[in-house]
Design a protein around this ligand. Structure first.
Ligand code: PRP
Length: 180
């Protein structure tokens, strides 16, 4: 189904859908009787976010935030800048940040600190993928879809040079594509 740039499917769309349903159920149970604001981190988190919010039963609001790492390429400088802030204040609210992947942990450490300073009632992290072997800073998510090995993954929101985000499955990129 995919071209040569894809080495293999790592997590297929049916497996993703089943796990997203489970995460939605857990979040619904954990926040029973409370309202929750789910924060989508653009751009990678958008596909997971759109699926996850529809699996949550309860009083839900959504908002969007975009941050990016300084510097290009594979080595992040560890600095993050705000590209688009939230549209609403979050003081006193239950917030769940929804991400596609926790890699070095730099992005989410920054985001968590930034949003914690606004005094939400609670602040949790939900990420579809987690690559614990890549951490540069200590960081743990609260709701994780799949723990994966250190492979370059694309699809279901994740990109290579802004492409391939639209693939329905999480796939491993062929090393020839990025010279790996
Ligand atoms: C990716 C991903 C996470 C971050 C994870 O975003 O969506 O936000 O990197 O990496 P880290 O744990 O090493 O910080 P990216 O900066 O590529 O932007 P994007 O969401 O627009 O793809």
């Amino acid at each position: 189904m995919y071209g040569n740039e894809i080495k293999k499917i790592l997590v297929d769309k049916n497996t993703i859908a089943a796990r997203v349903r489970e995460l939605g159920k857990r979040i619904s149970e954990d926040f029973k009787g409370e309202s929750i604001t789910l924060v989508c981190t653009l751009r990678g988190g958008c596909v997971f976010f759109a699926d996850l919010i529809r699996e949550i039963d309860g009083d839900v609001e959504i908002d969007f935030i975009a941050v990016s790492s300084y510097g290009a390429g594979t080595s992040t400088s560890g600095e993050v800048k705000m590209v688009k802030d939230l549209s609403e204040p979050i003081k006193g609210k239950n917030i769940i940040i929804v991400e596609d992947i926790i890699d070095t942990g730099v992005t989410l450490s920054y985001l968590k600190k930034l949003l914690a300073a606004r005094e939400p009632k609670s602040l949790k992290i939900c990420s579809l993928l987690d690559k614990p072997s890549r951490r540069k800073v200590e960081f743990e998510g609260d709701y994780i879809g799949f723990e994966i090995e250190n492979e370059f993954v694309v699809g279901y929101g994740l990109d290579y040079n802004q492409k391939l985000r639209h693939l329905p499955d999480v796939c491993v990129l062929s090393p020839e594509v990025y010279g790996g």
